[in-house]
Design a protein around this ligand. Structure first.
Ligand code: DHE
Length: 518
């Protein structure tokens, strides 16, 4: 469809050309143009990369749920100026301010009908990048278990980092907006990534090669890998499903529709592997239930055929309250979660019911809690997204051991069996976001404050396999990894990276170190 320049849009276009889009914020306040057909603009300029249906192609899906974390002024800036180091060009020389604004309105408008993403769509999306046999040992010289996978959100890349020399081994592009922890095969050879847009990728770390990819949903939460390495299970927000994949080649085995007894469907908060139970455990966002899926190798039924696969029928734990965020104790006998009202609840997974309540002021970010031994008893500690406090809970009595005041709400807390300290950021604070606070695990006090790069946001710590070094992300497009001696708290190296987010040490992950998430 053609669209005409009105005098106003012509004027705006001229202004844009003159200002080179320096003031993308001005566009946000540009008056809406009644005559602009955002959909026509979208089809003409965006559909070839983002899909005529906005579900994404080479470019990400452009739906409100997928864009929750992109503020509108940033969306306007991206449309006008493009995105550095990606294939997203700037449209500032082609579209005027009102047109950019109309496009922005469109992508934050829900679709009229919920799109389908079933077996057919999944199978059609699957890409096999490698078919031949690859070598069964690493192609590089470095301890294959002391590697880090570093997710760089700035330009959607991942780096494989040698955890002894702190030198990158390779860097490769990923799908748009990876989120949450990538997961590893039990031997640490393969890493599996999930993107917010539903793409799951299998990457061979020993051969430094992408093996296969599949899109399992439109808006995905996270993925878990079974402790025997055979299955991947994925939790989706859209559609309301969970998906089981065969990790060998990422073929889809089963889609589980997430509904309650009355047929009401639900988003899935997250799914985790509960290795000691040989099961996956998922909490549901819109139904007060926790679902457990055994993968204990028993024969089952799949698509009405009797085969040697687990059936992946959920065991449903019906609760009195919703669970938004949750994690487990070391034995995976208990699940600790915060409910919508902010009250923490402890669920006994064997008994299938709530055991007790626990005080968690402000909501913890999933996977943020860690455990250690304090005065002969196991304690769990987590920062809170809304309050400047680290909560330490006695896991025998589920009573609060201590609330440790911090400079502001934090996102991630990390430690290691070989260090007396736990490191916590102030990522959600209104100030001091450049600080990492060091907590003594036996005194339960902050004993030091680090400013890895003054004025720049510091986030997410992860330790080397021996716990001697701690790596912190500087959360900027021209950011860096700052590597500390975990004992002296001195910087030993800085590595430039593009908005490094999470970093994952293979040994700590596959050995289920108490100081990190699994
Ligand atoms: Fe995360 C882990 C949910 C916002 C970075 N985050 C997770 C996990 C879940 C989750 C379910 C566990 C996945 C796993 O490991 O299998 N995150 C949520 C939210 O609900 C929240 C608050 C809102 C949302 O947008 O979904 C949220 N998370 C963020 C961010 O804004 C962060 C800082 C940047 C980003 O990537 O969007 C962020 N989340 C992370 C990281 C992990 C993570 C780096 C993995 C930590 C680890 O060490 O395992």
């Amino acid at each position: 469809m053609m669209y005409r320049l009105t005098p106003l849009t012509g004027l705006l276009l001229g202004l844009f050309a003159a200002s080179s889009f320096a003031a993308a914020a001005d566009i946000a306040t540009a008056p809406a143009e009644a005559k602009i057909d955002g959909n026509a603009l979208y089809q003409a300029n965006c559909a070839s990369c983002h899909g005529a249906d906005r579900l994404g192609l080479n470019g990400p899906a452009l739906l409100p749920g997928n864009l929750e974390r992109l503020r509108r002024p940033d969306a306007i800036k991206t449309i006008a100026e493009g995105r550095i180091a990606t294939q997203m060009p700037g449209f500032g020389d082609k579209l005027n301010g009102a047109e950019v604004k109309a496009l922005t309105e469109l992508i934050y408008t829900p679709l009229a009908t919920t799109p389908a993403w079933g077996m057919r769509e999944m199978r059609a999306s699957r890409i096999v990048h490698q078919t031949g046999k690859l070598q069964d040992k690493p192609v590089f010289k470095a301890d294959p278990l002391n590697l880090f996978v570093v997710v760089e959100l700035g330009d959607h890349h991942a780096t494989i980092l040698d955890g002894d020399k702190f030198e990158p081994i390779t860097r490769f592009s990923t799908r748009y907006a990876l989120h949450g922890g990538p997961k590893f095969s039990p031997d640490g050879r393969y890493v599996y990534f999930a993107s917010r847009d539903g793409w799951v990728a299998k990457y061979d770390i020993w051969n430094l090669k992408l093996i296969s990819e599949i899109r399992v949903g439109i808006n995905t939460r996270n993925l878990a890998i079974s402790s025997d390495g055979r299955y991947a299970m994925i939790a989706n927000y859209l559609p309301h499903t969970m998906v089981v994949l065969d990790t060998k080649d990422l073929t889809p085995l089963k889609i589980v529709d997430v509904t309650d007894d009355s047929g009401k469907s639900s988003r899935v908060s997250a799914v985790y592997d509960a290795a000691p139970r040989k099961s996956f455990i998922a909490a549901l966002k819109d139904i007060p239930e926790v679902w457990e899926f055994s993968y204990d190798g028993k024969a089952g039924k799949l698509n009405s055929k009797k085969i040697e696969e687990p059936s992946f029928q959920p065991r449903r734990l019906r609760l009195d309250d919703y669970l938004d965020d949750f994690f487990f104790d070391g034995s995976y006998k208990h699940l600790i979660g915060s409910s919508r009202g902010g009250v923490g609840q402890v669920i006994d997974l064997d008994a299938g019911k709530k055991l007790t309540s626990v005080a968690l002021p402000g909501m913890p970010h999933l996977g943020s809690g860690i455990t250690w031994e304090y005065q002969g008893k196991p304690v769990l500690a987590t920062p809170n997204l809304k309050e400047g406090v680290v909560t330490v809970v006695d896991m025998n009595t589920w009573q609060t051991e201590k609330q440790i005041p911090t400079l502001g709400p934090g996102f991630f807390m990390r430690s290691h069996e070989n260090t007396p300290y736990a490191w916590v950021d102030v990522f959600n604070g209104s100030k001091d976001r450049d600080v990492i606070q060091i907590i003594d695990k036996q005194k339960l006090e902050v004993i030091a404050e680090l400013r890895p790069s003054p004025g720049k946001v510091a986030a997410h710590t992860e330790f080397t396999r021996d716990g001697k070094y701690a790596l912190v992300s500087i959360w900027e497009n021209d950011g860096e990894l700052v590597i500390y001696d975990a004992k002296t708290l001195q910087v030993v190296k800085r590595l430039p990276m593009r908005k490094p987010s999470g970093k994952y040490n293979i040994f700590n992950k596959i050995s289920r170190s108490a100081g990190t998430s699994h």
